[in-house]
Design a protein around this ligand. Structure first.
Ligand code: FAD
Length: 461
């Protein structure tokens, strides 16, 4: 059986649905293919949060209080250093929601504007003609179906099934996200045994808590007297278990029981150098668009969806093919701006590898990197806010730290090295080529820059 649509999107996650919705609102026919049944779509995780401002920014009505989708809105996040000391308080409005209910609402919104969905339909392989992706083969009800379109979008999350099934010479990297490029997250839903006694979440400004040195957090949960006690580590779930043990020895919690345990991974690696090919575009986790300090890709990818839907709409309005060349402005729009910042941030991550507990304590005490100003700036602008005057002050702080032996030479060396590399990476991305003909030279230089960046390591001892 053969079907067709202007745009075929594979994957009904928050990113694929949002992009499809934007394109349908502009009058294009959109078909979204999803492997799960309609009811199960969005069941990959239970609760999540978004910065409250995204609802306005991306024109989505916020979840209503009293609905299953809404958990809570809060504005205070406390960041603690090693041993649960040195509280830094960030005021930043956040909305906590239940993922599956949110996804079901997005599906309704998209359907309302004409997006078609095919659920319980699994992407199998690309249909390629003369180096153009012209459609996909899917399996539904034990039958193979062909669907033809002007553009195929991969939004299948970190499995990236479409991108990784393309021919090697298609012009888009086909890498799979490797195990050592993932953060292994365990979220435990815990209930306090003595809820009237003080526990994380009852202190001042503790609506949400991040124990950043341990990559551990305590977030609100919708059950009474319950919280999410979560953590993520590189290298496997066993490292995450080990980190929790170390954390609880150093930051003991009052008695609690574990109600549920959820395990999942998020990708931590650079995006493919080009998001587009002839008849192809990748976005979301499949294109590794997450913010490296939080592992979150939804807001970033919605931002790219707005760029992409404009470029795709303009091409279709002008009866142009959705070729690599005509889709190239998506690459420019992403890599020269947000993509450059995201790349610079991920290049800085290994800088933390040589930062010991003592170094982190010093940075917390002196309000640098682990400070409310820097946390807020990362959330708001995806970069540290370092003016010339502040830089001079920071140099002074580092020197003082070295003299008084509160900060190690090794940590300073690594930090400066990765600041330099990430600065170069950012500059290179900001000069992403206008013309696809210059892409090979650009990606060769990008490979050279990334070759200096190590992968994340488990650093807790
Ligand atoms: C524990 C955890 C907590 C997180 N918390 C947050 C948070 O609080 N805030 C935040 O912004 N982000 C959070 N994230 C990250 C967020 O989940 C992802 O960035 C986001 O879901 C990416 O959206 P996506 O649409 O690209 O992919 P996904 O959400 O992964 O959706 C991909 C879709 O593609 C479908 N699919 C896959 N393969 C096929 C196939 N072969 N055929 C058809 N369909 C297919 C899947 O079933 C799925 O529906 C969290 C991640 C984890 C693991």
């Amino acid at each position: 059986m053969e079907n067709s649509a202007d745009i075929i999107i594979v994957g009904a996650g928050p990113v694929g649905i949002y992009l499809g919705w934007q394109l349908a609102k502009k009058g294009h026919s959109v078909l979204i293919i999803e492997k799960d049944s309609k009811e199960n779509t969005g069941s990959k995780m239970d609760q999540f949060h978004l910065e409250t401002m995204v609802f306005d920014k991306y024109d989505i009505v916020p979840p209503l209080e009293g609905t299953d989708e809404f958990i809570t809105s809060f504005k205070w996040t406390s960041y603690y250093g090693p041993y649960g000391k040195y509280q830094q308080v960030m005021k930043y409005p956040v909305t906590a929601m239940r993922f599956q209910f949110f996804i079901q609402r997005l599906i309704k919104l998209a359907e309302g504007d004409g997006v078609q969905f095919k659920f319980s339909a699994v992407y199998k392989e690309p249909i390629i003609k003369e180096n153009n992706l012209i459609g996909v083969k899917i399996e539904k009800d034990n039958n193979m179906h062909k669907i033809l379109g002007k553009l195929v979008v991969d939004s299948t999350g970190s499995s990236a099934v479409v991108r990784s099934s393309l021919p090697k010479d298609f012009g888009v990297e086909t890498f799979k996200i490797e195990d050592d490029e993932k953060m292994y997250v365990i979220q435990r839903v815990i209930r306090w045994k003595n809820p009237d006694e003080p526990h994380p979440g009852t202190g001042k400004y503790e609506e949400s808590i991040s124990y950043i040195y341990y990559k551990t957090w305590v977030a609100p949960h919708f059950l009474p007297n319950a919280n999410i006690f979560g953590g993520g580590q590189p290298g496997g779930y066993e490292n995450q278990e080990k980190a929790t043990e170390i954390f609880l020895q150093e930051v003991p919690f009052p008695p609690y029981e574990i109600l549920e345990v959820h395990k999942a991974t998020t990708a931590y690696r650079r995006s493919p150098y080009s998001l587009v090919g002839n008849g192809f575009f990748c976005i979301g986790d499949s294109a590794c668009m997450s913010k490296s300090f939080s592992g979150e890709a939804i807001e970033s990818s919605w931002n790219v969806s707005l760029i992409a839907s404009d470029v795709i709409h303009t091409a279709l309005e002008n009866n142009l093919e959705l070729s690599r060349e005509n889709l190239w402005p998506i690459n420019i729009g992403f890599f020269r701006n947000r993509g450059a910042k995201l790349a610079a941030l991920s290049a800085q991550i290994p800088g933390a590898a040589n930062t010991t507990k003592k170094d982190v304590i010093y940075l917390f005490k002196k309000n640098f990197i682990f400070s409310v100003r820097d946390f807020t700036s990362m959330w708001e602008n995806l970069e540290l806010d370092i003016s010339f005057g502040r830089m001079i002050k920071i140099i002074g702080l580092f020197l003082w730290g070295l003299i008084t032996r509160q900060f190690s030479k090794k940590a300073l060396g690594t930090m400066l090295k990765y600041m330099k590399i990430s600065g170069k990476i950012r500059e290179h991305y900001e000069n992403f080529p206008e013309d696809p003909k210059d892409f090979n030279d650009w990606s060769g230089k990008a490979n050279e820059l990334w070759s200096h960046v190590e992968k994340m390591k488990f650093t807790l001892v």
